[in-house]
Every structure is written in C-alpha cells, then in structure tokens.
Ligand binder design. Sequence first.
Ligand code: ATP
Ligand code: MG
Length: 369
Amino acid sequence: MKPQPEVIVCVGTGGVGKTTVSAAIGVAAALKGRKTLVLTIDPAKRLAQSMGLKSLKGIPTQIPLPNPDSAVVPGRLDAMILETKTTFNNLIRRYSKSPQKAEAILNNSYYQYVSGELAGSEDYMAMEKLYEIKNEYDYDLIVVDTPPARHAINFLTAPNRLIQLISSGVLKWLVRPSMNISLLGLNILGRAPQRVVRLLKNYVGLEIVEELAAFFSEFEELYAGFRARAKDVQSLLSSKKVHFYMVTVPTHDAIEEALYFYSIMKGFDITFAGFIINKVHSVFYDSDALRAEVASLVHGLGSDDDLRKAAEETLSMDRLALRDARLIDYLKARVRLSRIEYRSIHLMMDRELTSIDALVELSKTLEGI
Ligand SMILES: Nc1ncnc2c1ncn2[C@@H]1O[C@H](COP(=O)(O)OP(=O)(O)OP(=O)(O)O)[C@@H](O)[C@H]1O
Ligand SMILES: [Mg+2]
C-alpha cells in the first residue's frame, strides 16, 4: 500500500473547486476512519456553506458526519478557517522577547498594514498555520485549501518572501541601530535612493514612515525567530508527508494554466502527487454504436417531439463528456509521468453543493488519495 500523506495541499487557479475538493477529500478520509482537519483560507467561506455551516471559526470545529457505511467506524472531521491576522499576531507574540514588546509591534500601524495587506502574507500564514497545527494537534490528515493561485509558487516561496522583504538590504538601511528615528523624516527620504522611496510609497505611504522605523527596530529582534521558523515550515513542505494536488477543470484554458503551474512547481523540492480534474461531465452512452443508434432515432422524430428534445440533450451532454475525456488525455500526455495520480470528479448538476451529503457523493472518487 502506498504511504498515506499526512498533509494534502490543494492548489489551483480561481473557481476550479479547490475549496470544495479540499472539503470532499476531508470527508473521504474521515469516512475511512482518519482524524482529519480541513484548513480553509477561502475568504468567501464557501467551505462553511458546503458543510452546511454558516461560518467556521479560527479554531478546529467538528463537523457531524453521516455514516453511510456502517461497517467502518468513521474518524473525525474538523474544519477551520484561517484567520491571517490572528496567525500573524500569534507569531509576533511567540518571538517577542516580552509581552510589552509584542504589544508595541501589534499596535504599530505599519504592522497592521503589513499583516493585513502585504501580498503573499495570506500564503505565508497558511503555511505557518499548517506548521503550527501539525505540531500541536494529532491529526492523521490535514487538508489545506489555498487562495486562487495568481502564481502557483506563491505559497511555496511564501515562508521566505516576507522575511526577505523585511530583512532586505533596502529596509535594513532604515534601521541602522545608530540611526535616530527623527532623522527618518522627509529629509532622509529626499536623499534616499529612488527605489527606497518608491517602495515606501507603494507599501506604506510616506505619512507613516516614523511608525515604519519604529516597527523595524522592534522587529529586528524577531528576525532570528522568524527565519528559523520559515526554515522549519519550508522543510515541512518539502517532506514526503506533504502531497500537493493541482485542482483544475476540463476546459482548454484551465488545463493549459494547470500545465503551466505544474511546470513551475516541478522546480521545487515538494511532492507533487497529482491532478484532480473537477466538474467533469459524465458519459451518457457507453459505446459509439449506442450513440449512433440514438442519433438516428432523433432524426426520425418530429422537431417538437419531447422525446427528441430529451434525447438531443443527452447526446449533447455526452459530447461534452467526450470532449472532457480528450482534454484529460491531453493533460496526461503532456505531463507524461506515471507515478502521479489523476482523479476526476463529476460535475454535479442536480443540486447545490451546500450539504455534507453532496460532499460525501463527491468524495467517492477521492478515496485513498
Ligand atoms: N463538482 C462540482 N459540481 C458542481 N459544482 C461544483 C463542483 N465543484 C465546485 N463546484 C461549485 O463551483 C464553485 C466554485 O467552487 P470552489 O469555491 O470550491 O472553488 P475555488 O477554487 O475554491 O474558488 P476560489 O478560487 O474562489 O477560492 C462553487 O459554487 C462550487 O459549489
Ligand atoms: Mg476557494
């Protein structure tokens, strides 16, 4: 039997079903007896909806499971929503030398800006939270939903990116220990290299530059802690226990995007486990002979015959299913790796994906992932 992953990270572009698939993987694992957590960072809180809950909390909350297979004792399914800000605040508290120092940073308006707005801080905090949960709880499996990938590598580089920005030469220049904060007024900025000024303008706006200086001097003592932590997070992501799955849908553009992101991810030291192709149309007729038979039947019927309309609908659904299958074959041919998995999830058309039962149905093709 293949080794079971301890963490599954679902990545992919916007709207392909990362949140839904993460929840369904969680359901599949829990129904197989594993103690599972789904960590979602979906700001739209769709996971909560799809689990029939109005909102999720920033701490694990148990989701009641149905028990369709009474022979297997279900495990446990918890879900939680990532609160970027709270995670960041906890990190500051963890690495500050004293509670007072921590408060000084937490109350700094530049910090409040960085922790909420800085591009990528959400990715960073997702991986940070994953690390924290992995160490502090004893889940058999943690499934991580991710924000839509503008660049698939965001969350892979995230642990280092924030630290790089904070400790970059440019910003360090602002916090030389000898530097008096009052010197950091517009005078200095007037003489500062253009890119410092640009950076500050872009990130913070000149008016809070004093707060910025205070922030960096407070923050300096946290560097070592942050750096060590980032290394630990990075090595968790590189471990064989963490499996990355790319979620995509069978449209030409989505498959091309998935291939592009896959080509980037290949360059990282991670376990790329496979593709999950979501919203796949189901084949209606299982042979070409049957298709031809139905098509000729359609021809023989009057144009306003209800039977004809229904048959035409099934034929066109079937055509979509065949097109999906061709796109999936194309994906496989381009990837050409036998050890990765491909799983398809059918497009659910008859009901809304807002109940646990719907997730149970979707989870069937995700078993054993
Ligand atoms: N297999 C499916 N059949 C039918 N509808 C689906 C299926 N999978 C997902 N959906 C629907 O598609 C929409 C997008 O799904 P979801 O929110 O999971 O995508 P996402 O990739 O997490 O989106 P985002 O990038 O915005 O976070 C939702 O309305 C969801 O209910
Ligand atoms: Mg989502």
